[in-house]
Design a protein around this ligand. Structure first.
Ligand code: NAP
Length: 317
């Protein structure tokens, strides 16, 4: 499967464990060079070694960075810039959930959780914005949770924060468009480092596999198991990040009433559409400069659709 990531440079925050590590694996397998970060130097170097052994040392940059430090994030962006001079994809994945009911959550815990969920998006995006803007196909993927829409009683604080992050990413999808594509990934339960830590902290006599099966049953997950990190990485993150889906972004991007977005690679089609683009853009509220977009109310919808079909046939889609 070619996701159009070959030669791209991706940054995965929290890439030293679980879903982030699996995402780095998938991105490397798809041909992107990957920079990853985390706080624990031991975890980070183990992950860096694992990735380098499999994909080549020169394609991996493992740098310590706490995403809750604006300075660390700026240093990470500077390191990536020195390393490859570019960044095409930022995956904001670092973080973990907090288990507590409303009654149990102290004010300090609320502050900590809101800080984690919001600033793990805000600081890296600020730090990488200039590099992303210099890319011809930049994208940000914010890893979020189903809790944003389905709060759990024992995760009140995390659920509320997740809903806020969803809102933030939706705003950014509008504000950073058309230059940077922003998507949020809403994950269900995925067996990862945080689930291992939870199991260990419970000191149960049952095996981890049995415990995870009981969690899946309790949550009513039809497959009877939690997702694997690589499933979350492959199916959700890489697909959204890759050029393969770029032309279909409208159906996935937040709230945008567009039906297609052509890639700059479709240069002939884009050139034909350039004459109609400014008026389409105005009607759909999209700033001009994007490589060809139209909306439902646009009088050019039909010709644009026809062009898109030609383009799709040419590309074997
Ligand atoms: N697993 C699930 O069921 C699930 C469901 C929905 C959403 N999510 C989200 O998916 C993301 C990945 O979690 P995971 O389940 O894969 O957990 P994980 O295995 O514990 O991985 C978390 C990663 O984030 C890093 N990290 C945490 N805080 C950080 C910080 N302040 N700065 C930099 N790195 C930091 C960790 O490394 P260090 O600790 O060394 O910094 C680690 O690499 C999280 O945002 C999580 O909330 C997970």
């Amino acid at each position: 499967m070619d996701l159009g990531l070959s030669g791209r440079v991706a940054v995965v925050t929290g890439g030293s464990s679980g879903i982030g590590l699996a995402t780095a694996q998938v991105l490397l397998a798809e041909g992107a060079d990957v920079a990853l970060c985390g706080r624990s130097p031991e975890r980070l170097s183990a992950a860096g070694r694992e990735l380098s052994d499999k994909h080549g040392k020169e394609r991996v940059l493992a740098t310590r960075c706490d995403v809750l430090s604006a300075d660390d994030c700026k240093e990470l962006a500077a390191a990536v810039s020195r390393w490859r001079g570019r960044c095409d994809l930022l995956v904001n994945n670092a973080g973990q959930a907090r288990m507590s009911t409303f009654a149990e959550t102290t004010d300090a815990a609320w502050m900590e959780e809101l800080n984690l969920k919001f600033f793990s998006q805000i600081f890296p995006i600020r730090a990488f914005r200039a590099l992303l803007e210099a890319s011809d196909a930049p994208a940000i993927v914010g890893v979020n949770s189903l809790l944003a829409y389905q709060p759990e009683p024992h995760m009140v604080c995390t659920s509320a924060a997740r809903a806020g992050v969803q809102n933030l990413l939706k705003s950014l999808a509008g504000e950073l468009a058309p230059k940077i594509r922003v998507n949020s990934i809403v994950l269900g339960l995925v067996d990862s480092g945080q689930w291992r830590r939870r199991y260990e902290s419970l000191g149960l006599s049952m095996s981890r596999a049995d415990w995870l099966a009981s969690v899946a049953k309790e949550k009513g997950i039809p497959l009877g198991r939690l997702g694997e990190p690589v499933e979350a990485a492959r199916d959700r993150l890489s697909g959204l990040a890759g050029g393969e889906l770029r032309h279909r972004r409208a159906s996935r991007d937040f709230g945008r009433r567009l039906t297609l977005h052509m890639t700059r690679r479709d240069s002939r089609t884009a050139a034909r559409m350039r004459s109609i683009r400014p008026s389409c853009a105005r009607r759909t509220g999209i700033p001009a400069g994007c490589a060809g977009q139209y909306g439902p109310g646009c009088p050019h919808s039909r010709p644009a659709q026809a062009m898109h079909r030609d383009c799709a046939v040419r590309r074997g889609l």
